[in-house]
Design a protein around this ligand. Structure first.
Ligand code: SER
Length: 315
């Protein structure tokens, strides 16, 4: 019987991942922790508590006491926020990962999912159809911490048998919990502003292409990776995931199909430089081959659903 812990259950990914895992493994088998208060549905549907992943003794105690066998550790400071507090962000992002790896060594929670990001790539990486193995010279604090984390994950897998699994998420788009402090957040904010005001001022320029993915696809693929037999995985660093690549202008055009009066304007801020250093599109053939990465949502399908759901939410 799997007992699963989701660290960071109150964030953009965690708040949805917990509910999907509970529907698969049973409510009572999915534990949810965060330093922030969770959504009502996460709190009311199963076990969990406020817990700081940086507090190693409490983390280990919680894992051992609840016989946890798998951990999804989603706690991180995202790219935009990390640039404002560089060394603190490095410390938090690294310590959050290392603590779960060390807890895995000292408990039965040997299977570990930790998200990496398109931010591991940098300005010297080939920008289009970025290969799985390529130049990686990230120049953001967030990207540096994600690349280092991938290396630590692979290291602990090779040397100590920790069942480390990871994907390089593209920007994630969802409506349940708002994103916080990322560069790809414009693609979430735009839907809220479209519904509220019929217009959006974008902090990236019109033609900044970035890879993105709708949350349902991200969650389904994450769980698929975790359920794949370990011997099928040829990589223990982190898998490229392409999602759908589009620019703010293309997203605005998609919104206009459903909301013809929608208007967008552009006022790039410091996040433009971060976006410029990231790939425009990704080659994810290794993930497709090793564990069957797939995706259901294209741009218009995602836009339609986001507009409906955000409208419902704001009512
Ligand atoms: N979506 C993240 C960010 O923008 C990238 O992993 O920070």
């Amino acid at each position: 019987m799997e007992k699963i812990l989701v660290i960071g259950c109150s964030g953009q990914i965690g708040s949805e991942l917990v509910m999907t895992l509970r529907s698969i493994y049973g409510n009572e088998n999915v534990y949810a922790t965060d330093i922030k208060y969770p959504t009502d549905e996460v709190r009311d549907s199963g076990p969990g508590q406020i817990l700081d992943v940086l507090d190693f003794q409490n983390l280990l105690h919680y894992i051992v006491r609840n016989n946890i066998t798998q951990v999804y550790n989603l706690a991180a400071v995202l790219s935009g926020n990390a640039e404002k507090i560089p060394l603190q962000a490095w410390d938090i992002n690294m310590k959050a990962l290392i603590n779960t790896i060390l807890a895995a060594q000292q408990s039965d929670a040997k299977k570990l999912f930790w998200p990496s990001s398109i931010a591991v790539f940098g300005p010297t990486t080939p920008r289009h159809n970025t290969p799985q193995l390529t130049i990686m010279e990230p120049n953001t604090v967030y990207g540096i911490s994600k690349l280092a984390g991938e290396r630590w994950g692979e290291y602990y897998h090779q040397k100590y048998g920790i069942d480390f699994r990871s994907v390089r998420y593209p920007g994630l788009i969802s409506y349940k919990t708002e994103a916080g402090g990322g560069t790809t957040d414009y693609a979430v904010e735009i839907f809220y502003e479209a519904i509220r005001h019929g217009r959006y001022e974008c902090f990236l320029s019109a033609d900044t292409a970035l890879p993105m993915m709708f949350m349902d696809d991200a969650i389904n693929n994450t769980i698929r990776l975790m359920q794949t037999p370990g011997e099928n995985l040829t990589l223990r660093s982190s898998y490229n995931v392409a999602g759908i690549s589009f620019t703010p202008k293309q997203l605005a055009e998609s919104i206009k199909k459903y909301m013809p009066e929608f208007k967008i304007s552009y006022k790039p801020d410091f996040r433009q430089a971060i976006a410029n250093s990231w790939p425009a599109s990704i080659d994810d053939s290794v993930a497709r081959r090793d564990w069957g990465l797939t995706q259901e949502y294209d741009l218009d399908k995602m836009t339609k659903l986001m507009l409906e759901k955000v409208e419902e939410k704001l009512k």
